[in-house]
Write a protein that binds this ligand. Structure first.
Ligand SMILES: C[S@@+](CC[C@H](N)C(=O)[O-])C[C@H]1O[C@@H](n2cnc3c(N)ncnc32)[C@H](O)[C@@H]1O
Length: 281
């Protein structure tokens, strides 16, 4: 029987090299408290690549070949992808009760454009699609949803659109019946659900790193979700990212942030409507 690989220790020096590199590449600010987490998350990459030490892993990921081939896997290992359907429902209530009726009254023949800018495995944009589809029952609506994330792993999951049965506990039964399909996991054992074709075809997924120049995306969105990602950035990065997102929002358009996030300390051209809801001035 082959011997199991010994778990490696991440030294303070290698942690500091990696955290500076991660900050530069994706804006994620890893405090020293995250050292153990990083060590355990990257362990599998060392095993997969048959690399014996973290120091050799650092050399590899920062080399030209590593930047091309390993960086995406390292980001997948580092980013926290927790999400849910109808997470932080106040945003979806606000869309239904205020934003969509007001938008529709002014521009009933236009296209409502939404960007879910750190969409993880797709629960957020598919929730948006359900809300827009439901609104469209009473008000014929043309809409476009763009959803993006830095992690290729979560984007693959999002495009597949297959989720464990328990993950739709927050989705009202009527919506489950209308928009979801029963499915099976890869092994054909556990029951799962899949977003139906109506929703799948309505969300356009892209890989976008929010700290890089954002090109090839519209600049007249009516609504941008930037939820539960700002928390990983330091103040300067938060301000840069939000200014970039606001430049893609039309005047009067809305920005939603996560409930544990705040923009009070930043100087942005927005008016606060609710604690996590802002309108571009
Ligand atoms: C905690 S999830 C939030 C998902 C969803 N917005 C929500 O609130 O449920 C954070 C997501 O941000 C993504 N992320 C982290 N850094 C990013 C960056 N620089 N650019 C784009 N996405 C990033 C991660 O890959 C992860 O999927």
């Amino acid at each position: 029987m082959a011997a199991l690989a010994q778990p490696q220790k991440l030294s303070d020096a290698d942690f500091s090299r990696l955290s500076r590199f991660i900050y530069k590449e994706c804006g994620i600010n890893l405090t020293p408290l995250k050292k153990i987490l990083l060590e355990s998350r990257l362990q599998k990459r060392l095993e997969h690549l048959h690399i014996g030490t973290f120091s050799a892993y650092c050399d590899y990921v920062m080399s030209p070949a590593g930047l091309q081939q390993e960086l995406v896997y390292m980001i997948d290992a580092v980013a926290t992808n927790k999400t849910d359907f109808f997470r932080e429902p106040v945003h979806f209530d606000f869309m239904r009760e205020h934003l969509l009726p007001a938008w529709y009254a002014n521009r009933p023949s236009g296209t409502f454009k939404v960007w879910s800018s750190a969409c993880s495995s797709g629960e957020e944009p598919y929730t948006i699609a359900m809300v827009l589809e439901e609104f469209g029952i009473g008000h014929p609506l043309s809409y476009r949803i763009v959803a993006s994330d830095i992690s290729t792993k979560v984007l693959k999951k999002a495009i597949q659109a297959i989720y464990p049965m328990q993950s739709v506990a927050q989705v009202p039964m009527a919506l489950c019946k209308r928009y979801l399909l029963r499915s099976k996991d890869k092994e054909g054992e556990r029951p799962t659900i899949r977003m139906g074709p109506r929703l799948r075809t309505r969300v356009e997924f892209k890989r976008i790193n929010l700290i890089e120049d954002i090109t090839g995306i519209d600049n007249d969105f009516d609504l941008i979700f930037c939820r539960n990602v700002l928390i990983y950035f330091d103040r300067a990065t938060q301000e840069t990212v939000l200014r970039k997102l606001l430049s893609k929002l039309r005047r009067g358009g809305y920005l939603f942030i996560g409930h544990s996030e705040s923009v009070h300390h930043l100087n942005l051209p927005v008016q606060q409507v609710k604690p996590t809801i802002f309108r571009k001035l």
